[in-house]
Design a protein around this ligand. Sequence first.
Ligand SMILES: NC(=O)c1ccc[n+]([C@@H]2O[C@H](COP(=O)([O-])OP(=O)(O)OC[C@H]3O[C@@H](n4cnc5c(N)ncnc54)[C@H](OP(=O)(O)O)[C@@H]3O)[C@@H](O)[C@H]2O)c1
Length: 348
Amino acid sequence: MPSNSAAWLTSSNTKSLEVKSAPYPTPKANTIVIKNGAIAINPIDCLIQDHPGMVFPHLKLPFVIGSDVAGEVVGVGPGVTRFKIGDRVLGQARGVLKTRNVSSEGAFQAYTVLLPDLTSQIPDSLSFESAAVIPLGLSTAITGLFQDDQLALQLPSVPAKPPTGKALLVWGGSTSVGSNAIQLAIAAGYEVFTTASPKNFDYVKKLGAVQVFDYKSKTVVADIIQALKGKRTAGAMSIGHGAAEACFDILDKCNGDKFIAMATYPVPSPPPQSFVLLQTISYWVSRSVLYWLRSKARGIRYKLVVGDALIDNGIGRAIYQDFLPEALKGTFVAAPSPHVVGKGLEYI
Ligand SMILES: NC(=O)c1ccc[n+]([C@@H]2O[C@H](COP(=O)([O-])OP(=O)(O)OC[C@H]3O[C@@H](n4cnc5c(N)ncnc54)[C@H](OP(=O)(O)O)[C@@H]3O)[C@@H](O)[C@H]2O)c1
């Protein structure tokens, strides 16, 4: 049996993870084991490292965190028919979820246990480094766009669905979440309007956005309202600080669906260390009440995007199984490009 090693989160007071041995995982029912070829990091990993008790109170340290992996299947559990040994895959590791809560399903190790509904085969032409940028960004976009309690858009297909005639606003198109959201929405038949810094205008247009606006411009809200005149909106996905506020103002002046899937919640996160707990709580509560009142007054609904349900609600499977493997052979690209920092768990 091969040996496994992991970059363990051993304490919330440490600024580094500890690389040491970990149990070699055997695949249980309805899971697979992959040998990781590449691992990616996300903002949430830093947040968990600094405040594990705040983000996932159930986590008992030491624990193996991390979401994004790509590699080769080395073990297939009972009940799994879609994967075989040797398949090249990408997947979202979900070990930190309360319903999973196991280090064997964390990304930051040599071998990771994955759930088939959040795993896709990838073409030989796609490197593990590129593939590893996809999972968490994709899952967040999937949740916001397609889940029943979010924007509930129609699902994408290969080739793309015929135009629905509806326009979707993706605020923050150049982020990892936004890059996936643009491509998914286009494949589902929506016209995408987005924001980015000017240096990324061509990038988001190549992903399929029809129009892009500089989110730092003083006239950006007015400009998008003008561009959406005469169109029916499918709602908005807000990504990045300030995004939710802008989407409120834009949808208020548009025709169509008035729902915001909020990838970035419009309250500061995480609270500064020096903040007194009571101040933080009262700040969050007052901001949340303010948003609720604003949304009621304007008839705009919104919800924070939390991807936990994808492991078994069928939406994860609809994309990771029925859409992505085929889409990656065609026009769906792994974006943004990976920034590779080194080889080995020490580099995490
Ligand atoms: N709810 C969830 O489950 C979930 C999951 C993943 C991520 N998120 C959140 O989604 C956001 C994006 O995460 P990510 O990992 O996709 O980010 P990322 O890939 O690190 O995005 C970086 C890019 O964000 C853009 N950006 C920076 N500030 C922005 C702003 N105020 N408005 C719009 N775009 C801005 C910049 O693009 P330009 O260079 O073009 O300016 C920057 O290059 C974060 O707030 C993250 O916490 C939420």
